[in-house]
Structures are given as C-alpha cells and as structure tokens.
Write a protein that binds this ligand. Structure first.
Ligand code: ZN
Length: 213
C-alpha cells in the first residue's frame, strides 16, 4: 500500500519574532491543521488533574516525555500540519523528526529569521497601563506624557517578559537551541526574512514553501 504524501511544517522563530502570527496566517491560507504546543499543554493542565497540580503547585517543568505524550495524544497524523512551539530542545528535535518520518510526513522547517538587535529594541519598548490595559510602544506608539497613560495618567509598566533582562535571557536560550535544531533539520529548511512588514513576511513565506514543494 502506498502512503499519500503529507507535509508537516515546523515553525521556528525567536520569542517576539511573530512566529505565532505567521503560523496563523499559514493555517488560514493553506488549510493545514495547526498544532500549537502551548495550547495543547494548557488543555492538558485543567485544574484538578495530577499534571496541573505538579506544574502549578510544585513548579515542576514538563519533561520531554510528558510533552511527547501530549503531542501524540492530539496528533492523528492524517493530514497536512503546521507545528508551532515544538521542538524546543535537541531531544525534542530528534523525537519530532522521527515521529513525523514514522507517520510518513515530508518535513519543512520554516525558520523566521529576524535581526535580534532590532527585536530587543522593539520588544523592550513595549509598555502597558495596569489600570485600563492600553498598550504603548515608546518607539512607535509613545504616550503623550512620557511614562504615563494617555487616558488615566496611570504610570505605565512592562510585562515581566518584555523587560530587557528577561527578554535578552530568553533570546539567548533560543539562540543556543536554534543552532542544534537547524542542524537536525538541515536540508529541509525554508529561511524567511522576518524583518519586513507582517503581510510581506507572510506572502514571502507562503511563496517559498510552495516553490520548494
Ligand atoms: Zn490607562
């Protein structure tokens, strides 16, 4: 029996690179089913479950084994897919590769490449009002009075993930693992310039994927 060809697109991009937005765009324009690892984990971590207790009460991190279990449970392997948020480690990269091969997938890793200096600038200039939740960006959408909300004068703050210290940390973690993931998937990589406008990045990405297949 011959297997029908199926394609698995794996999205890879730094935090803040727009990976989520781009994978949504791909889903809309290809009809591929999207698997967002963080969404699957949230579904599994319903209050009252053992896993939920471990993660939220004991602060335990999910092991690769648990991540694979969750992914396997939701993945039926019958159609073209987009995978977002997996892999994040070398072991996960190997596991996913083997898993997809066993399920007769062709694999394409889409690497959203962005200028990290610009990325740090853009992300760490994000602020919001803790009172009305209005968002600001000191580079492109600054408040009228520096540091204060236009609507209620409240002092603007940053999300923990957007502070320079935290963000640069997350970026470094990504950079280290990025190299090993790219190595595992070499030969099956589509690199997309992520520094342009969202719409342009989307169109380039789609065109490049279609060209390769
Ligand atoms: Zn406000």
């Amino acid at each position: 029996m011959t297997q029908e060809k199926k394609l698995a697109i794996i999205m890879l991009g730094a935090p803040g690179s727009g990976k989520g937005t781009q994978s949504e765009y791909l889903e809309k324009n290809t009809g591929f089913k999207r698997f967002v690892m963080s969404d699957l984990i949230k579904k599994e971590l319903q209050p009252g479950t053992e896993l939920h207790r471990q993660i939220f009460k004991e602060g335990v991190l999910l092991e690769d084994k648990q991540i694979f279990e969750i992914f396997r449970k939701h993945f039926d392997g019958t159609r073209n897919v987009i995978i977002d948020g997996l892999p994040r480690t070398l072991d996960q990269a190997y596991w996913l590769y083997g898993f997809l091969m066993n399920h007769h997938y062709e694999i394409e890793l889409v690497f959203l490449n962005v200028d990290e200096k610009k990325l740090v600038q853009r992300i760490t200039s994000r602020y919001y009002c803790p009172l009305c939740h209005k968002g600001y960006n000191t580079l492109v959408l600054p408040p009228k009075v520096a540091g204060k909300c236009d609507d209620d004068g409240e002092i603007l703050i940053q999300r923990e993930d957007d502070t320079k210290e935290t963000f640069v940390d997350r970026l470094q973690t990504f950079d280290e693992v990025k190299e090993v993931i790219l190595d595992v998937y070499k030969g099956d990589i589509t690199e997309v310039n992520g520094d342009e406008e969202i719409e342009k990045v989307s169109q380039n990405m789609l065109r490049q994927i279609i060209m390769r297949k």
